[in-house]
Design a protein around this ligand. Structure first.
Ligand code: BLA
Length: 508
C-alpha cells in the first residue's frame, strides 16, 4: 500500500524532496511554458530580479526581461537542444543588475534560476583547480589522495571543513578523509547508515552534481502556484536553488553547521561518494566558483578511476600469482590441504578474511578464526541446501543459522566456494564481526534538543543506528571478492579433475 503518512525517521526514502515547492533565498526561480509565458515563479522574483517581476504569472517573458537578455537565453537554448540537460549564463544584465542564470528543461517547463552576482569575482577558481589536481596525481597512497582532495575542495570553496564520504555496497557510508580549519578530526573513520542520505537523494545526486545549502536557517521561498492547472507540482530535481528537506536541515542544525555543500563523486556512472562541506556560518559561493569545484570533482573522479584500474590490475596479478603457486605445490605432490595452507597469505590478499576451512569428504581443515567442528557440521548441512556449483556468501551467518549469533565475534559471515560436485566440498572463508567500538572523535551530543522530526538527527545518534544495523555482521563480501571467488572455484575444480585423473591413471 502506498505510504501516505508523514515522513519519519524510518521512511526517509518516501520524502518527495524533488517537489517540495520552494527555492533557497539566494536565488529566484521562474518556470516558463514552451511559448515563454511565466507559469510559476518564486515569491522573491521581484526582490531578486527586479520590480517588473511583481506579478509575473501568465505574462510573456518578453514583457519582463530586456531584449538583450532574451537573446542570450535564446542562444543558450540551442545548447539544451543539442543534448546537454542544463546550461548556464554567466553574466545576464537586467536593469544594471548582473546575474548568473541556470537553465534547464523540466517536464513541459523551462526553468530559469537567477542568482545575483555579488561583487567582483577573483577569477582564480579555475586557474586554481589544475595545480590541485596535480597534487592528487602525485599523492603517494590512496589515503593521501583522499586527504589531498579534501584539502583541495576546502581551498577552492573556503568551507571550514570538508569530508570525503564514501558509500559502501549496502549504501551506508564512511568518512574516509577529513580536512578542518580547526585542527583535529571529528568524523574520520565513522560509519553512517544508508538512511542518512536516503535513496531518492542519492538518485538526485547522480543527476545534479553539486548542491549548496547556503544557510540552514533558510526554510525556503514558496514557488507559486504550488501546482500547475493540471495538478502537478514543479519537478525541481535539477534546480540548483532547490530548497532542502526540513529533515536534513534539522540534521545539519544539530550538527552545529550553518551551511553545507555536497559535491558528487561519480565512478563508472554510479555515485561513489560525496565531498561533504560544512561551515560555521552561512556561506554562499558564486556560480563560477561552484563550477570550478564541480570540475575539480570531475577530474578527481577520473583520477580515482585511473588509480583503481591500477589496483584492479594488481588484484588480477595477485590472483594469477595465487593460481601459479597453487599449481606448483600440487605439481610437487603436496596435498590440496597443504597446498592451500601454504598459499594462505596470497589467498588473504585476494579475498580478505580472518579464517579459512577446507571442507573435503566430511573433514574440516581449519586455520585462523573459524566456527568449531560441531558448528561447521551444521553449516555444511545448510550449505548443501544452497544452489549447486555456485559461490554462496552471507555477511550475517545467523540469518542462515540462528545459532551462529553465539560465535559472531569469531565468525559472523562466510563465503563458500564449492570445489567439487559429489559430495559437495567447499573452501570456506570466514570473517569476524565488524568492529563497532570505533572511537568517537567528536564532542558528545551536548544540549541537542529533540526536534520536530524526532531524536535521531545527529551524527552521534546516527552512528549508533549504524552500529545496531551491523550487529552480528561481517564486512560485506564485495563484488570483486565474489568475482575472485568464482575464478578460484574454476581453478580448484580444474585441480580436482587433474588430481582425480592422475589417481585414475595410477590405478589403471
Ligand atoms: C542529505 N545527508 C544528506 C547529505 C549529507 C547527509 C552529506 C547531502 C546534503 C548536504 O550537502 O548536506 C549526511 N552529512 C551526512 C552525514 C554526515 C554529514 C552522515 O556530514 C556525517 C559526518 N537524514 C537522516 C535521516 C533522514 C535524512 C534519518 O539522517 C531521513 C529521515 C534525510 N538527508 C536526508 C535527506 C537529504 C539528506 C532527505 C536530501 C537533502 C536534499 O538534497 O534536499
Amino acid at each position: 500500500a502506498p505510504d501516505t503518512g508523514p515522513v519519519t525517521l524510518t521512511n526517509c526514502d518516501r520524502e518527495p524532496i524533488h517537489i517540495l515547492g520552494r527555492t533557497q533565498r539566494y536565488g529566484a526561480l521562474l518556470a516558463v511554458s514552451s511559448d515563454w509565458l511565466v507559469q510559476h515563479a518564486s515569491e522573491n522574483a521581484a526582490d531578486i530580479i527586479g520590480p517588473s517581476f511583481a506579478t509575473p504569472l501568465g505574462k510573456p517573458l518578453s514583457d519582463l526581461l530586456p531584449p538583450a537578455a532574451l537573446r542570450q537565453i535564446r542562444n543558450r537554448l540551442r545548447m539544451l537542444e543539442s543534448g546537454s540537460n542544463a546550461t548556464r549564463i554567466f553574466d545576464l544584465v537586467v536593469q544594471d543588475r548582473r546575474f548568473d542564470v541556470s537553465i534547464h528543461q523540466s517536464g513541459r517547463h523551462l526553468i530559469l534560476e537567477f542568482e545575483p552576482k555579488r561583487g567582483e569575482r577573483d577569477g582564480d577558481a579555475l586557474a586554481q583547480t589544475y595545480p590541485l589536481i596535480q597534487r592528487i596525481r602525485d599523492a603517494a597512497s590512496p589515503d593521501d589522495m583522499l586527504r589531498e582532495a579534501a584539502r583541495a575542495v576546502r581551498a577552492l570553496s573556503g568551507f571550514d571543513s570538508v569530508m570525503v564520504y564514501r558509500f559502501q555496497e549496502d549504501h551506508s557510508g564512511v568518512v574516509v578523509a577529513e580536512s578542518r580549519r580547526q585542527t583535529g578530526q571529528k568524523y574520520l573513520g565513522l560509519h553512517f547508515p544508508a538512511s542518512d542520505i536516503p535513496v531518492q537523494a542519492r538518485a538526485l545526486y547522480t543527476r545534479s552534481l553539486l548542491r549548496l545549502i547556503a544557510d540552514v536557517s533558510d526554510e525556503g521561498v514558496p514557488i507559486i502556484p504550488a501546482r500547475s492547472p493540471e495538478g502537478t507540482p514543479l519537478d525541481l530535481s535539477l534546480a540548483v536553488t532547490r530548497a532542502v528537506s526540513p529533515i536534513h536541515l534539522e540534521y545539519l542544525r544539530n550538527m552545529g553547521v550553518a551551511a553545507s555543500m555536497s559535491v558528487s563523486i561519480m565512478k563508472d556512472g554510479k555515485l561513489w561518494g560525496l565531498f561533504a562541506c560544512h561551515h560555521q556560518s552561512p556561506h554562499y559561493l558564486e556560480f563560477e566558483q561552484r563550477t570550478a569545484i564541480e570540475l575539480f570533482a570531475h577530474l578527481f573522479s577520473y583520477e580515482l578511476t585511473r588509480r583503481q584500474e591500477g589496483e584492479r590490475n594488481e588484484s588480477q596479478s595477485r590472483t594469477q600469482n595465487l593460481q601459479r603457486k597453487l599449481m606448483n605445490h600440487l605439481a610437487e605432490g603436496d596435498t590440496l590441504e597443504a597446498s592451500l595452507l601454504s598459499v594462505s597469505d596470497d589467498l588473504r590478499a585476494v579475498i580478505p578474511h580472518d579464517g579459512v576451512v577446507l571442507v573435503t569428504q566430511g573433514r574440516f581443515h581449519r586455520s585462523g578464526d573459524t566456527p568449531s567442528e560441531a558448528d561447521l557440521m551444521t553449516l555444511e548441512g545448510l550449505l548443501n541446501t544452497t544452489a549447486a556449483s555456485r559461490v554462496y556468501s552471507t555477511d550475517k551467518l545467523s540469518q542462515l543459522m540462528p545459532h551462529a549469533e553465539e560465535f559472531a565475534k569469531t565468525c559472523a559471515g562466510v563465503l563458500a566456494i564449492p570445489i567439487s560436485r559429489t559430495p559437495r566440498d567447499y573452501l570456506l572463508l570466514c570473517r569476524r564481526e565488524i568492529p563497532r567500538n570505533v572511537a568517537w572523535a567528536g564532542e558528545p551530543a551536548k544540549g541537542v534538543q529533540e526536534g520536530p522530526n524526532g531524536d535521531r538527527l545527529t551524527p552521534r545518534k546516527s552512528f549508533e543506528a549504524w552500529r545496531e544495523t551491523v550487529e552480528g555482521r561481517c564486512a560485506p563480501w564485495s563484488e570483486s571478492d565474489r568475482h575472485a571467488a568464482d575464478l578460484l572455484r574454476s581453478l580448484l575444480l580444474e585441480v580436482f579433475l587433474r588430481v582425480s585423473d592422475a589417481a585414475n591413471a595410477e590405478r589403471a
